[in-house]
Design a binder for this molecule. Structure first.
Ligand code: SAM
Length: 256
C-alpha cells in the first residue's frame, strides 16, 4: 500500500514538473522576438543574407526614418511594413512595441545606417524587452567604428569608443581625459567639426598618430593617416563633407 502511494506521488510529481516545463515553453513561444538588424553604412551590397531574411519575415520593422529605410527595402524588394522609431519617439512607443512582442509579433529594429543602438536609438527598447522576458537577437553587419578601427593600422587589442564628443559643455574636459587614455580611441565626428577637432587634438595631444576615415564603403571613401600636425596640413585637401570616424592612437604609441 505504502509502495503504491509512493509510486502515485512520484507519478504525480513527474506530471506536475512536465506540465510546468510545457507551460513555460508554451508561454515563451507565445512571445515574439526582437531582432536588432545591422544595415549598410553606405554600400548597399554590405547587407547580410540573414538581415534580408529577417527583414522579410518579421511582422514589422522599426526604423529611424521611413524615407531612408524604404530606399533600402525597395532595393531588396522587401515589402515589410516600416514604422518610425527614433530618439524623440522611443520612450512613448516602447509600451506598444512590448505589447506586440508579448502578443507574439516578431519585430526588427534598424537604424538609418550601421548597427542599431550604437550612437543610434534602441538600447532602451532592448532593455525593456529583456526585462519582459522577450528574446533579443542580433543580426550583425556594418558598423563604422569597427570598420575604421580595422583599417587604421593603430593597435586594436584594446580600444575605447567615445561616439560623438560633447559639442560644447564638457568637450574640453573630455579631450583632457582622452589625452591620458592608454587605449586606442574611436570617435564619430560631424563634418562641420572635423577641422576644429584636429586643432583641439593638436592642442591636447601633440604628436599623436591619428587615422581620419571619411565616407567609408562609399564612392568617395578615403582614409588619411599621420600625426595630428601632418593631418592638419592634409585636411585642407580632404573635403570636409560626408561622414567621419576618427581613430586616435594610445598615448605613447608611435608608428615605428
Ligand atoms: N549606428 C551607426 C554605426 O553602426 O556605425 C552609427 C550611427 S551615428 C548616428 C552616425 C555616425 O557614424 C556618422 O556621423 C559618422 O561619424 C559615422 N559613420 C556612419 N557611416 C559612416 C561612413 N560610411 N563613413 C564614415 N563614418 C560613418
Amino acid at each position: 500500500m505504502v509502495l503504491k502511494l509512493k509510486i502515485i506521488r512520484k507519478l504525480f510529481n513527474l506530471v506536475k514538473a512536465n506540465h510546468y516545463i510545457w507551460k513555460t515553453k508554451l508561454n515563451k513561444d507565445m512571445n515574439g522576438s526582437l531582432y536588432i538588424v545591422a544595415t549598410p553604412i553606405g554600400n548597399l551590397d554590405d547587407i547580410t543574407l540573414r538581415a534580408i531574411e529577417t527583414l522579410k519575415s518579421v511582422d514589422y520593422i522599426l526604423c529611424e526614418d521611413t524615407r531612408i529605410s524604404s530606399r533600402l527595402l525597395n532595393s531588396l524588394e522587401i515589402k515589410t511594413k516600416l514604422i518610425s522609431f527614433n530618439a524623440r519617439t522611443e520612450e512613448r512607443k516602447i509600451p506598444n512595441i512590448i505589447n506586440d512582442l508579448k502578443n507574439g509579433k516578431n519585430i526588427a529594429l534598424i537604424s538609418d545606417a550601421g548597427t542599431p543602438t550604437i550612437s543610434d536609438p534602441g538600447i532602451r527598447l532592448v532593455n525593456e524587452a529583456l526585462k519582459n522576458g522577450i528574446e533579443v537577437k542580433g543580426i550583425p553587419g556594418a558598423n563604422a567604428a569597427i570598420l575604421a578601427l580595422s583599417i587604421s593600422g593603430i593597435p586594436t587589442d584594446s580600444f575605447v569608443f567615445e561616439g560623438f564628443l560633447p559639442q560644447k559643455k564638457g568637450r574640453q574636459k573630455k579631450l583632457k581625459e582622452l589625452a591620458e587614455e592608454q587605449r586606442t580611441i574611436v570617435i564619430y565626428e560631424s563634418p562641420f567639426r572635423v577641422e576644429k577637432l584636429l586643432n583641439e587634438l593638436a592642442e591636447f595631444m601633440p604628436g599623436r598618430f591619428v587615422a581620419i576615415n571619411r565616407e567609408l564603403t562609399k564612392k568617395f571613401e578615403e582614409t588619411i593617416r599621420g600625426t595630428v600636425e601632418e593631418l592638419k596640413e592634409k585636411i585642407t585637401d580632404i573635403k570636409t563633407k560626408g561622414e567621419f570616424v576618427i581613430v586616435i592612437a594610445p598615448k605613447g604609441w608611435n608608428n615605428q
